[in-house]
Ligand binder design. Structure first.
Ligand code: C2E
Ligand code: CA
Ligand code: CA
Ligand code: CA
Length: 279
């Protein structure tokens, strides 16, 4: 509704214009950044609780912006999803992650899984499967080391196309994990119908685990159910040693979080990986 006073209307209008303008600018800038290869990936290691070894890492995109500094994904991924830019952005991420994985393997770092986030929107690209197959083949990476993280919302829209693409990739050896588990509405029934190998328990559960016994029991139950379905369990956002101890007692398989390491550029992560994967 139009404001009564011209002044208010003007201010409102001005604000909308300004924010709309800057969003469109950001979109153009992202398009340009993609063309110029101006994005970065940081990697956050995942630790196997039982062996204490780093068994994988998650690729997380960053955008070093000339004026705004290093932009976190939350500042541009929603816009990229909205505008469709997530499709080329997603391919850039996968291509870069495969390249880095390959270079790690060539330098003898060895058995590491590379997890890449996949937005639901990327499944709307009819070329997704063919492009992923091409990117994997071009790098000569064993698909077995590649993992895609999907959120519950993406999985819940399990159209035949999503399921078909997932099954085809799973047949190549690619793994899927269910990201942010517990924050959406997925049911274990759906999980058992899709080729999902891992479940990532969201940070919010890990944070609340120690506060009350029933929170801990909830996490323990999630882990037990996941194991019954043959899924591995990764706990996300683990920041404290007490959390790690609790997760170990509950039988979680892997942990990821600041306790182990923040997401880092590959060069900075390397020393951690070179120490025989041990911390
Ligand atoms: P996510 O997939 O749930 O990734 C985990 C996020 O939690 C990352 O934030 C990571 O830096 C942060 N994190 C990890 N451990 C800890 C911890 O111990 N404490 C705290 N406070 N935070 C922790 P980030 O890198 O800002 O990414 C945010 C989200 O952006 C991701 O959430 C993911 O949904 C999305 N994203 C990142 N990269 C990509 C990408 O290449 N493609 C797509 N589609 N989405 C991406
Ligand atoms: Ca993720
Ligand atoms: Ca997550
Ligand atoms: Ca998240």
């Amino acid at each position: 509704a139009k404001a009564k006073q011209g002044c208010t209307w003007y201010l409102y209008n001005e604000r909308v214009n300004r924010s709309a303008g800057s969003l469109a600018d950001l979109e153009d800038e992202l398009r340009r950044a993609l063309r110029r290869d101006d994005l970065e990936l940081h990697y956050q290691p995942r630790l196997c609780i039982e062996t204490g070894r780093i068994v994988g890492m998650e690729a997380l995109v960053r955008w070093p912006h000339a004026e705004r500094g290093l932009l976190a994904p939350d500042e541009f991924i929603p816009m990229a999803e909205e505008s469709g830019l997530i499709v080329p952005l997603g391919y850039w991420v996968i291509a870069r992650a495969l390249r880095d994985l390959q270079s790690l393997r060539e330098s003898g770092v060895g058995e590491l899984h590379m997890a890449v986030n996949l937005s639901f929107r990327q499944f709307q690209d009819s070329q997704l499967l063919a492009t992923l197959e091409r990117l994997i083949a071009e790098r000569g990476v064993d698909p077995h080391w590649l993992e895609f993280e999907l959120t519950e919302t993406a999985v819940m829209r399990r159209s035949d196309q999503v399921r078909g693409t997932m099954n085809a990739l799973a047949a190549l050896g690619v793994r899927f994990s269910l990201d942010d588990f517990g924050t959406g509405f997925s049911s274990f029934v759906h999980l058992s119908r899709l080729p999902i190998s891992l479940l990532k328990i969201d940070k919010s559960f890990v944070d609340q685990m120690a506060a009350r016994p029933q929170n801990g029991r909830l996490v323990r139950a999630m882990i037990g159910l996941a194991h019954d379905l043959g899924l591995e369990v990764v706990a996300e956002g683990v920041e404290g040693a007490a959390q790690l101890g609790q997760l170990r007692r509950f039988g979680a398989d892997q942990v990821q979080g600041y306790l182990i390491s923040k997401p880092l550029p590959l060069a900075e992560l390397r020393p951690l990986l070179d120490r025989g994967h041990r911390l």
